[in-house]
Structure formats: C-alpha cells, structure tokens
Write a protein that binds this ligand. Structure first.
Ligand code: ZN
Length: 161
C-alpha cells in the first residue's frame, strides 16, 4: 500500500485517511524542504495544496496536487487517484500518531477503560506510541456512516463474517 506525507494544510484529510488505515505522516510545522526530504527518504507521496511545491524538481515524481479546500472533495480525490479501498483497513491505525494498532488482551485493561466499555466490548487495540486504547463503539459507526456519505453509497463496507 502507498505511503503518504501531507502538507500542513491537510490536517483534516490526514485524519480521514488514517481512519481508512492509510499511512499518512503529518507535521503541522514542517518546512517545504524538510517535507520534500522526508518524502524522498521514505518513498512517500507528498499530498499538497501548493502548486509551487508540486512543480519543484525534487518533488516532480512523487507529489500529488490536492484540489479544493473542503475535506470531502479532497478525500474523494485521493481515494480515486490511489485506488484506496476505504473500508478494507478501517481503523487499523492510530489517528493521532499514524502507528498501526496492536491488539491488547482484555485482562490487561481492567480499570483502564470505563467499566461499561469493559463489560460490553471484547476486542481492544492500542497504539504502541501514545498508548491510546481503541475499541469499536457508536462513534465508529458514525465515522463509517460519514465516510459512506462522503464517498457515495456505492462503496459499502463488507459485512463482517
Ligand atoms: Zn497513537
């Protein structure tokens, strides 16, 4: 799967791409030069709103110009351009750190998640970097519904077996 680095103007897009499980680095304060270097070193595609950046020689082969100021338009654009399967790797990555989540045993979580969540959920995952604990809940359903809404009803998530 392709890896990306987004420019500072694309924080919202980054978050939604991470919801879909895409590997997207994002640094709100990064300079153009550092962005280009990181992209080159890590073989990442630069997602940018900046035409000037796309035209620079160093970025010529690996920059993608994102058109439009609104996140839903931007999201549709990258999903189409890079043939991203929006629901295949849904919520497999930390939305804050971009790290792939790892499963964590329920037994280790007593007292670390709200009692109701502990009672009603069986599967938990955690981010190896920030240690945030993730579980499926109503906000996840809302996120999926929002994604469907943005991307069009033709793209339905596969029903879990
Ligand atoms: Zn994290």
């Amino acid at each position: 799967m392709k890896q990306f680095i987004a420019d500072a103007m694309l924080g919202k897009l980054t978050r939604w791409m991470r919801v879909m499980g895409c590997d997207v680095e994002y640094f709100p304060e990064i300079s153009d030069r550092a962005l280009s270097d990181r992209a080159k070193c890590g073989s990442r595609i630069i997602l940018t709103r900046d035409t000037r950046l796309v035209l620079q020689k160093i970025n010529r082969d690996n920059a993608f110009l994102v058109i439009g100021d609104h996140c839903p338009d931007q999201l549709r654009q990258v999903v189409d351009a890079f043939a991203i399967e929006p629901f295949r790797d849904l919520l497999t990555r930390c939305l804050r750190c971009n790290m792939p989540l790892v499963s964590i045993a329920k037994n280790d979580l007593a007292g670390k998640v709200p009692p109701y969540v502990f009672e009603t959920q069986d599967r938990f995952e955690t981010c190896p970097q920030c240690r945030k604990i993730y579980w499926k809940a109503t906000h996840v359903e809302q996120m999926v519904a929002r994604l469907q809404n943005i991307l069009g009803a033709s793209r339905m998530p596969e029903r879990p077996a």
